[in-house]
Design a protein around this ligand. Structure first.
Ligand code: SF4
Length: 323
C-alpha cells in the first residue's frame, strides 16, 4: 500500500495567554486540539468551519509557519516537525501556501517578476536570472497571465489577477502539496468560480495535492474529494464529498448545509438556525463543545466528549447520537 503524501496525527496548537505584570501564562487557547487526517497524492481535502474554528491555524501549523504544541505531521513518510536546517529547507520546496487576501499577501511595490521569482532565488534554484525568468514566464502562462505583466507592479492588478499572481508564486517551485487558505473569500463572487476552476485545472495538470480551507461548504464542494468539518479546534465529521453532502450526520454539518445555497429549487430543506456564536476556545464548553448550540443535544452531551469514529464506510463523525 502506498503511503499518504501527508498524514497529520493528533496535531495540537495551543496559544499561551499571559496576564499580570510578570506576564505569567495563566491559560491556553486550544486553537487546534487533536486534529488527524491524511491526504493521498492528487487528492483534495476541503477543511471547513466557521471563523475561529482553527482551520487556518491547522494549515499554518502543518506547513511549519507556526510552532506546533504536539502531534506529528508526516510528509512523504517523514516527520516534518522533526526536520531542521537543510532537510527542512529542501522539504519546504514541496509544500506551499496560497493566502486568503491577495491584496495583503503581495507587496504592491514589487514587480510580478520579483514576486513570483523570489522563491526561486530564496531556494537557490536557476543558474541565472534569465533561467529564473523563463520559469516565471512559464508559470505565469500556466495561471492564465500574459508574460507581458512581468514588469508591472502588484497594485496595478484586480483581485482575481492578484490571486493568480499569488498562485503562480506558490507553484513556481513545483510543489507537491498546496495549502489554499480561503483563496477565494476576499474575491468578488463573479471571480470566485474562475479561481476555483483554475486551481482544479492546475491540480490535474501539475499533479498537485490540495488542503483547501474555507468557511463555506459550497466553495469546497466542487473541488474536494473529501471534506472535513471543524468545530472549536477539532474535526467533527469527515467523509467523501458526495457522501457528506447527501447524508450529513453531525448536527453542526447539517446546520452548515441547511444555510448553504442549493442550486436545485425545491431541494432545500428547512433552515437550521444555530443559537449564539462559536464559543471561545479559551474556555470551551464541557463534553461535546457543540452542545450549547446543538438542536439535538442530550444529557450526556455536556459531560462526555464524543470521539471521531467511523459510522459508515469512510464516513467519520464525533457525535453521541450514533454511539
Ligand atoms: Fe449534538 Fe450531542 Fe452530537 Fe454534540 S454529541 S453534536 S451535542 S447530539
Amino acid at each position: 500500500m502506498s503511503i499518504p503524501l501527508l498524514e497529520v496525527r493528533d496535531l495540537k496548537k495551543h496559544f499561551p495567554v499571559r496576564t499580570g505584570l510578570l506576564q505569567r501564562v495563566t491559560a491556553h487557547v486550544k486553537a487546534v486540539d487533536g486534529v488527524s487526517f491524511s491526504l493521498d497524492q492528487g487528492e483534495t481535502l476541503g477543511l471547513v468551519g466557521e471563523s475561529g474554528c482553527g482551520k487556518s491555524t491547522t494549515g499554518r501549523a502543518i506547513l511549519r509557519l507556526l510552532p506546533v504544541t504536539s502531534g506529528e505531521v508526516m510528509f512523504q513518510g517523514k516527520n516534518l516537525l522533526a526536520m531542521h536546517g537543510e532537510e527542512l529547507r529542501r522539504a519546504r520546496q514541496q509544500f506551499q501556501m496560497v493566502f486568503q487576501d491577495p491584496f495583503a499577501s503581495l507587496d504592491p511595490r514589487m514587480t510580478v517578476s520579483r514576486i513570483v521569482g523570489e522563491p526561486l532565488e530564496a531556494h537557490g534554484l536557476g543558474s541565472s536570472k534569465a533561467e529564473r525568468d523563463d520559469r516565471v514566464v512559464h508559470i505565469l502562462e500556466e495561471v492564465g497571465l500574459d508574460p507581458s505583466v512581468l514588469n508591472r507592479y502588484a497594485f496595478e492588478f484586480s483581485g482575481g489577477q492578484r490571486q493568480r499572481i499569488g498562485i503562480a508564486r506558490a507553484l513556481v517551485l513545483n510543489p507537491s502539496l498546496v495549502v489554499a487558505d480561503e483563496p477565494v473569500s476576499a474575491l468578488d463572487v463573479s471571480i470566485q468560480a474562475q479561481v476555483i476552476n483554475l486551481l482544479a485545472e492546475l491540480r490535474e495538470k501539475l499533479s498537485l495535492t490540495y488542503l483547501f480551507i474555507a468557511h463555506d461548504l459550497s466553495v469546497v464542494k466542487h473541488i474536494s474529494d473529501r471534506v472535513a468539518v471543524m468545530y472549536l479546534g477539532r474535526i467533527v465529521e469527515t467523509a467523501r464529498t458526495e457522501e457528506l453532502f447527501s447524508d450529513p450526520m453531525h448536527p453542526y454539518t447539517q446546520a452548515l448545509l441547511s444555510a448553504a445555497p442549493v442550486p436545485e429549487p425545491g431541494k432545500k430543506g428547512e433552515r437550521i438556525i444555530l443559537g449564539g456564536d462559536v464559543p471561545s476556545p479559551l474556555n470551551p464548553p464541557s463534553g461535546c463543545t457543540f452542545h450549547p448550540r446543538c438542536f439535538r443535544a442530550m444529557d450526556r452531551c455536556s459531560r462526555e466528549i464524543p470521539e471521531l469514529m467511523e459510522r459508515k464506510n469512510g464516513h467519520f463523525t464525533a457525535c453521541h447520537l450514533y454511539d
